[in-house]
Design a protein around this ligand. Structure first.
Ligand code: PLP
Length: 812
């Protein structure tokens, strides 16, 4: 099959001349302007379209190859994608960076200037959304036929700024100027129902017909997801809610009732209006549940449509389809597929259940009880009446299975039920997700173990083989090659070629260079140049970074107590031989999370006090970088010396920031939590700064009765640090933070304080020996190859999805 002949597809040029011609064509024919009058925006759009064309041609070939092979598909359902900026990525993945740079000269522009116009789609909160982006990148790179499904929020994660040291939030209208990377696909529009009631279907005990009370349209568009050094280009398909034609009330409009006329359409469009900016607690809003069902309903119909392109009947559906649920947010897909199969396609219950169960797999992302999603039964009943009925049936059959295995164990039945019977009846989404899937995985060894032994223990008793671990990973393309070109070039030189970007274990070859004086010298020079670029502080100071969402369990407050203690020590001994440090914080707090916002304020107050103190300022500087996002992460990570991964052990599922930093040669100071444990095991105990309680000890402390005041009373430096806050040393800011630390200190900050401070002294000893530090840094990079998202995807493909790559030929 020659696709280009078949549909007349022209292979795009690869020379500078051809590229420039295409750029000018884009400018004239697609922007409708000329070289003379092109604005920077015109130049940006024309370049984006020219680059996009190159990927689109690969996309067409990918689609043809996938269609021809009718493979088993992976569908990744995620409420969030934190894709990062697209232009630089797509230049790299299409190999057109140099051509673009050259060609832009004809427009009198530089690539750097144009790249500044590329806005990152902030369709995620943090780790979970960025993981989704890294995984789709790796799926394409590994030639796995896959589609990522998500929501095209009009407003992504809020923009953070500091006002008087406090977090202020502004809406993120990310596509305000348009988004050249997006392909609208209105033909694949779907219809989604909400509310209403169900009616029996005569002659069938399980079938029902649902009569929704509200109808909303889901309009898809997709972004291209190219693989690196392969032909595959997959897509992420994003749904946007629209009112139907009928939702506009022309007669009211004509009568001058403008607001009433569009009321229904506005209500519909609100579904994809904004990303909920909280990544760790469930706020249980109706609109959130609507978002979830909207995503699921549109995506499942699209999946079935795609299945029907090459297959008939239902016998092969589970064979050809695996749907990965990224956390519980898309879990309503389980009852929705049951509804489609039973009610709409007339399959009997058992057959439908067998298909459903073998189609889905579920990734759990948390251990925090407050993050485990549940929904009040009455809300579910009102919004999705048929789904609730189906959940009741699923639960009934499930509890029978439990009863058969553990007869008479009514406690167990109560614990495992999908419906929680507390003061209020609630649907437990994690239970539904475990019951309705073939595989359940945690995202790091410790996390998977704790899931099996605590949160989901009853389920692991019942189905031990269902539970797996797939340790997270990150894209080496984005977080090394794009973020850190200097280090990438040096590594390529050291290893002889750049094959490591697709085979990250090859970084191990750097080990033999960890003692090579000239290589070490250049390694240091790269780090220094990256620090100069970042311009956050003295490039010769120890750049100590804590960049992640603000959450009490992550313990930015512990880092802050260290900073305050350093401040006291330096003031007490100004002539001491202090290691100069720049402590860099970045991260957003959920707008309603007051405790986290108080910590941000306190950090800035402490930072201001230190900056104004001529004794301390030369040695210690606190910087808060506003509006942490992928673009900012890409700037900070290459400049980091020390990576702060100091969550209370047993609370961080995996972390991925820890991996990005280790790969870029930052050395971790961390607890035995999440993937820190695996990082330490790989880079070596002597190349990792470990402190604090482990998960088991932390649980013991909490069970035996924790009294933070005992630590405060016993430790003079700790007491001084907290007293300074309450005494108003930092302008009276942060008293609530101090109160919570002394009052209950949910995350054992005070219990780990002394161990953390001692460990920081070890850090400084290592830092004072530049040879040693550089060796640590090189070894961290050398032994972090495991944390490539390509390895993560290989694990999913082999152990959970059972899918094989489908390479895309260069010529079809
Ligand atoms: C990697 C990343 C995260 C996750 O960081 P953790 O330290 O694992 O919590 C969050 N936000 C952004 C923008 C990231 O790039």
């Amino acid at each position: 099959m020659d696709l280009r002949q078949g549909i007349g597809l022209r292979r795009l040029g690869t020379t500078a001349d051809e590229f420039q011609q295409d750029l000018l064509s884009s400018l004239y024919y697609r922007r409708g302007t000329t070289v003379e009058s092109a604005s920077p925006r015109d130049a940006y759009e024309a370049l984006a379209l020219t680059v996009r064309d190159r990927l689109a041609e690969r996309r067409a070939r990918t689609a043809a190859a996938h269609f021809a092979s009718n493979p088993r598909w992976v569908y990744y359902l995620s409420a969030e994608y934190l894709l990062g900026a697209q232009l630089e990525q797509n230049l790299l993945y299409s190999g057109t960076g140099e051509l673009a740079s050259q060609s832009l000269k004809v427009l009198g522009r530089t690539l750097e200037e144009i790249e500044d116009l590329d806005v990152e789609p902030g369709l995620g909160n943090g780790g979970l959304g960025r993981l989704a982006a890294c995984l789709v990148d790796a799926m394409a790179t590994r030639d796995i036929p896959a589609v990522g499904y998500g929501i095209r929020y009009d407003f992504g994660i809020f923009r953070q700024s500091l006002e008087g040291g406090a977090q202020a939030e502004r809406p993120d209208d990310w596509a305000f100027q348009g988004n050249p990377w997006e392909f609208p696909a209105p033909d694949d529009r779907q219809t989604v129902g909400f509310y209403g009631h169900t009616e029996p279907v005569p002659g069938s005990p399980t079938r029902k017909s649902w009569v929704p009370g509200e109808i909303v349209l889901g309009e898809p568009s997709h972004m291209l997801v190219p693989g690196y050094r392969t032909e595959t280009v997959n897509i992420v398909r994003l749904w946007r809610a629209r009112g139907s034609e009928a939702s506009f009330d022309l007669s009211r409009f004509s009568a001058g009732q403008y607001a009433e006329a569009v009321q229904e359409a506005v209500r519909a469009e609100n579904i994809s209006k904004v990303l909920y900016p909280d990544d760790s607690t469930e706020l249980g809003r109706e609109l959130r549940l609507k978002q979830q069902y909207f995503l699921v309903s549109c995506s499942l119909r699209d999946i079935i449509r795609r299945f029907r392109l090459r297959n008939e009947g239902w016998d092969d559906f589970a064979e050809k389809t695996v749907i990965q649920l990224n956390d519980t947010h898309p879990t309503i897909a389980i009852p929705e597929l049951m509804r489609l199969l039973v009610d709409e396609y007339g399959l009997d219950w058992d057959k439908a259940w067998s298909i459903t169960r073998s189609t889905f797999a579920y990734t759990c992302h948390t251990l925090l009880p407050e993050a485990l999603e549940t929904w009040p039964v009455p809300l579910f009943e009102r919004l999705l009446p048929r789904h609730l009925e189906i959940i009741y049936l699923i639960n009934m059959f499930f509890l029978r299975e439990v009863e058969a295995r553990f007869p008479g164990d009514s406690d167990r039945l109560r614990r495992m039920s999908i419906i929680g019977e507390g003061s209020e009846r609630r649907v437990r989404m994690a239970h539904l997700a475990v019951v309705g899937t073939e595989a359940v995985n945690g995202v790091a060894e410790l996390h998977s173990k704790l899931l099996r032994e605590t949160v989901l223990q009853d389920f692991a008793d019942l189905w031990p083989a269902k539970f797996q671990n797939v340790t997270n990973g990150v894209s080496p393309r984005r977080f090394m090659k794009l973020a850190n070109p200097r280090l990438s070039d040096l590594i390529t030189e050291g290893l002889g070629d750049d094959g490591w970007l697709n085979d990250l274990d090859r970084l191990a070859g750097l080990e033999r260079l960890a003692g090579d004086a000239s290589f070490m010298e250049r390694w240091r020079a790269v780090k220094r140049a990256n620090k100069v670029d970042l311009a956050a502080g003295d490039p010769d100071s120890l750049t100590d970074v804590m960049i992640k969402r603000f959450h009490e369990y992550k313990r930015q407050q512990l880092k802050l107590l260290h900073v305050i203690t350093m401040y006291h020590r330096i003031r007490a001994n100004p002539a001491g031989d202090w290691v100069p440090r720049t402590v860099l914080f970045a991260g957003k707090a959920a707008p309603a999370y007051h405790a986290a916002k108080n910590i941000i304020r306190l950090i800035n107050a402490v930072g201001a006090t230190i900056a104004a103190d001529p004794v301390v300022a030369p040695h210690l500087r606190v910087v808060f970088a506003e509006n942490y996002n992928v673009t900012l992460a890409e700037r900070i990570i290459p400049a980091a010396d020390l990576s702060e991964q100091i969550s209370l052990a047993g609370k961080e599922a995996s972390g991925t920031g820890n991996m990005k930093l280790a790969l870029n040669g930052a050395i971790t100071i961390g607890t035995l939590d999440g993937a820190n444990i695996e990082i330490r095991a790989r880079v070596g105990e002597e190349n990792f700064f470990l402190f604090g309680l482990d998960a088991f000890q932390a649980a013991e402390v909490q069970i035996s009765g924790y009294h933070p005041r005992e630590h405060y009373d016993r430790d003079a430096e700790l007491k001084a640090a907290i007293d300074a806050i309450t005494a108003g040393t930092f302008g009276g800011v942060g008293r609530e933070v101090a109160d919570s630390l002394l009052g209950w200190d949910e995350y054992l900050t005070l219990a780990d304080y002394r161990s953390y401070l001692d460990c920081q002294e070890e850090v400084e000893r290592a830092w004072r020996d530049p040879e040693r530090w550089t060796r640590l840094s090189i070894l961290n990079t050398a032994h972090s190859g495991f944390f490539s998202a390509d390895r993560t995807i290989a694990d999913y493909a082999a152990r959970i999805w059972r899918v094989a790559p489908v390479p895309v030929p260069k010529d079809i």
